[in-house]
Design a protein around this ligand. Structure first.
Ligand SMILES: NC(=O)c1ccc[n+]([C@@H]2O[C@H](COP(=O)([O-])OP(=O)(O)OC[C@H]3O[C@@H](n4cnc5c(N)ncnc54)[C@H](OP(=O)(O)O)[C@@H]3O)[C@@H](O)[C@H]2O)c1
Length: 338
């Protein structure tokens, strides 16, 4: 059985490919000529790994990549806090999914499409509750263009499911854990800022809530969805719900270092975000913090993964154990010191 993975050069996709290869699957990855493959085994060392070049915005490249595959994991997306040309979020995240759906339909061998959505597609939980797969995004506002594009893509995926398409929709929370430090690996990037002293205080007052998913739990959830995910179903692959303040406190306790002694108000982080965006426009280097990112911290994003636990045997680890692993990993890489 041949499995195709898009986004294999990214944080989650790379981790997924490595796990599939370890489990003996034959994997074909669709990557771009510019993709950095540092987290994948060298193709010469693994007869089970095949590389094909393409782009999710290039339909013909998807058609030839999917040929002969039984399963497609569509993990690729543009995952950035901000881009100078926001229309790119729609062309890649929405246009890319449309192309993938059409190419799967035309490739007669593909039996199942596993689509990686995001908790953002379900929308915030500002009423203080914990949402499940039945929540629909209110669409009254979007914190980021990325969120807006994932909501639009989700509607297309749900419509495909309603039309009988063989698709399973997965919704990870904020993914953290070892792996490539891309823009998608937000927790590692924030921990690096915190331990380097560049982020001396808490981010805001700690009213934010996010659901933190360990990358390897999310990978296991993807593979379980391939094996036993019910066609047309949504599964939240989330984890412990916590604030970034709690993450900082846990990190301090794990590393026996001091907790921040003050909170940086969100208006100040937002002002820094505007400066970062200005800097990015001049240098072309994308910012870590942008005003849209700060918007997400003003809301709550709490979810339950009970359905995935019941049906996929999804078993998320607790945040403290996961963070202990991340901190040690970053320390061993020389990216933080404690
Ligand atoms: N990170 C999170 O916290 C999080 C949370 C929930 C959901 N998700 C979802 O999980 C998925 C993976 O996210 P990630 O964190 O692993 O992101 P990532 O590290 O930024 O990886 C994104 C991947 O998509 C590829 N890609 C981007 N544009 C492409 C295009 N036009 N054609 C083909 N490939 C393209 C990238 O290729 P290059 O290497 O060539 O750029 C890269 O392999 C995404 O669907 C994201 O929405 C992520």
């Amino acid at each position: 059985m041949k499995i195709l993975v898009t986004g294999a050069s990214g944080y989650l996709g790379g981790r997924l490919c490595n796990s599939l290869l370890r489990q003996g699957y034959s994997v074909r990855v669709l990557i771009r000529p510019t993709s950095n493959l540092s987290d994948l085994p060298p193709p010469s060392s693994s007869a089970s790994l095949e590389i094909v070049y393409g782009d999710v915005t290039d339909y013909a490249s998807l058609l030839s990549a999917f040929s002969g595959c039984s399963v497609v994991f569509h993990v690729a997306a543009l995952v950035e806090p901000w881009l100078p040309d926001p229309s790119r979020f729609f062309s890649v995240n929405v246009g890319g999914l449309k192309n993938v759906l059409a190419a799967v339909k035309e490739t007669k061998t593909v039996e199942k499409l596993i689509y990686t959505s995001s908790f953002f597609a379900l929308g915030p939980t500002d009423d203080g509750g914990v949402a499940d797969e039945n929540q629909v995004h209110h669409e009254k506002f979007f914190c980021t263009e990325y969120e807006k594009s994932k909501v639009a893509a989700d509607k297309i995926a749900l419509q495909a499911a309603a039309n009988g398409f063989s698709i399973v929709l997965l919704y990870p929370g904020v993914i953290y854990g070892p792996g490539k430090v891309t823009a998608g690996n937000v927790v590692a990037r924030i921990i690096i800022e915190r331990f380097s002293g560049r982020l001396p205080g808490y981010i805001g007052s700690g009213n934010d809530r996010f659901s933190f998913s360990h990358v390897d739990d999310v990978v296991d959830g993807h593979i379980a969805a391939m094996k036993k995910g019910q066609i047309g179903n949504r599964y939240l692959l989330t984890g412990e719900n916590a604030s970034f303040k709690q993450v900082f406190d846990m990190a301090a306790s794990i590393t026996d270092t001091t907790k921040p002694i003050f909170s940086i108000p969100l208006w100040m982080i937002e002002a820094y975000g505007w400066l970062s965006v200005l800097f990015a426009r001049i240098t072309g280097k994308l910012p870590l913090i942008s005003p849209p990112t700060v918007n997400t911290i003003r809301h709550r994003w709490e979810y339950s993964c009970e359905k995935a636990k019941q049906e996929l045997d999804y078993s998320p680890r607790n945040l403290k154990d996961g963070l202990a692993e991340v901190l040690l990993w970053l320390k061993n890489l020389g990216l933080i010191r404690y």
